[in-house]
Design a binder for this molecule. Structure first.
Ligand code: NAD
Length: 377
């Protein structure tokens, strides 16, 4: 494969930036001033993430609001209606969910279900004419990602993946250092995304048919994302290894995976993901320095520093608030979609390549992603 050397890359990067355009689209027409309308979001699946993060964040959002719920657990209906002043008319079960098509109070459906259910509910949401946010990982296969993207395209609705880090200021500072190169070009990037899983061994995350995979599907997508924004490029190859130290607990899904990536610029990427270790770090090594975030993708507060001894620090904000407001602004005002469906699909291509490499004894798998899923701002 023809490689671009660093000098050529720097020149191309410079040209790309000079001529870069916002990835905008015409904002959706609304009868009223777009800037004044808060879009109604319906959460599908009221588990830990919806109740612990998304619903509280929707109490702070400026461009969207919690308008409805879709749940398979009848006992949750009244609790959520009371807590968030949700009218009965905006409460759905999985079975009658498609009736949401008639509900003008709901603009966006946010799918927060086990991974294997994302495709079905995102497609049904699109067919109901609603914009879609799909939690990460986007689905459990590239084929399913394609089906979601096609359904949204056909319905003319916008699609975003729940990649909250794409709206986070710490992540965006790393992207800036990569783009503006105050320390020169990137030579090496390393990202860890892992936690120790415990508790019920029958939980859906450890059940392959519901999760599609273990640590890689759950936390690994963050490490893939970090490698990509830590270099500003998509990888051109991946090689991977799997380790299992608690096979009696992780019976059905991967426990620990390491992977190495090559990037067109010549940089090397390293990735560690596990359900049996605690690690949450991004390290980017440049020609003349480095930057580190540790932690890099917890709910925050995050922390960062550079080789100049400078702290990377921002006032703590809800990442979920920033993420959902960014998507609502994309719909209302035509600002960029920072986590489009193509980004989720690209990451699933890399996930599938990592699993393929493991099956083939760590073989180097070539990737041909081009600029897929890279959002230029
Ligand atoms: P959870 O187990 O806490 O909740 C899952 C919800 O799905 C529950 O309300 C449950 O009743 C419902 N459900 C419906 N059918 C089910 C089935 N067959 N088995 C199990 N549950 C079923 O999970 P969660 O942590 O809320 O995760 C949901 C999604 O959100 C996942 O895709 C996950 O990857 C994603 N997530 C993203 C983040 C993030 O930071 N972006 C954080 C946590 C979870």
């Amino acid at each position: 494969m023809k490689k671009i050397n660093r000098r050529t890359f720097n020149t191309k990067l410079g040209q790309g930036l000079a001529g870069s355009v916002l990835l905008t689209a015409m904002p959706f027409a609304c009868g009223m001033s777009n800037a004044n309308k808060k879009l109604g979001i319906a959460l599908v699946g009221l588990g830990g993430y919806s109740s612990g993060q998304l619903a509280p964040a929707l109490m702070q959002t400026e461009y969207c609001r919690l308008a409805g719920i879709v749940t398979g657990t009848p006992e949750k209906e009244k609790i959520w209606m009371d807590r968030y002043a949700i009218p009965r008319a905006n409460v759905y079960k999985y079975e009658n969910f498609d009736e949401i098509a008639k509900n003008k109070d709901i603009d966006i459906v946010y799918v927060v279900l086990p991974n294997s259910m994302h495709a079905e509910f995102c497609i049904r949401a699109a067919q109901a004419g609603k914009h879609v946010i799909c939690e990460k990982p986007m689905a459990i296969s590239v084929k399913e990602c394609d089906a979601i993207i096609a359904a949204c395209k056909k319905a003319g609705v916008r699609l975003s993946v729940g990649y909250r880090m794409q709206s986070d200021p710490y992540t965006n500072e790393i992207k800036r250092l990569v783009r503006e190169q105050p320390f020169g070009a990137v030579y090496y990037v390393s990202s860890d995304a892992a936690y120790i899983s415990s508790g019920n061994p029958d939980q859906w995350r450890l059940n392959h048919s519901l999760s599609g995979g273990g640590a890689l599907m759950n936390m690994g997508v963050y490490a893939i994302q970090s490698n990509i924004y830590g270099t500003g490029q998509n990888p051109i190859s991946v090689s991977a290894q799997e380790f299992s130290t608690r096979p009696e607990y992780f019976k059905d899904t991967d426990e620990t995976i390491t992977a190495q990536m090559e990037f067109p610029i010549g940089a090397i990427g390293n990735l560690f993901t596990s359900h049996n270790a605690n690690a949450n770090r991004l390290f980017v090594s440049f020609e003349r320095g480095w930057a580190e975030l540790n932690p890099c993708n917890t709910y925050g507060p995050l922390a960062g520093r550079t080789s100049e001894g400078k702290e990377i620090r921002y006032p703590h904000q809800s990442q979920q608030k920033l993420q959902m407001d960014d998507f609502a602004k994309h719909i209302l005002l035509g600002t960029p979609n920072f986590a489009p469906g193509e980004m989720g699909k690209r990451d699933m291509i890399i996930v599938e390549a990592i699993y393929q490499s493991i099956r083939e004894g760590g073989k180097r798998i070539a990737l041909n992603l081009g600029e897929m899923g890279i959002v230029k701002v």
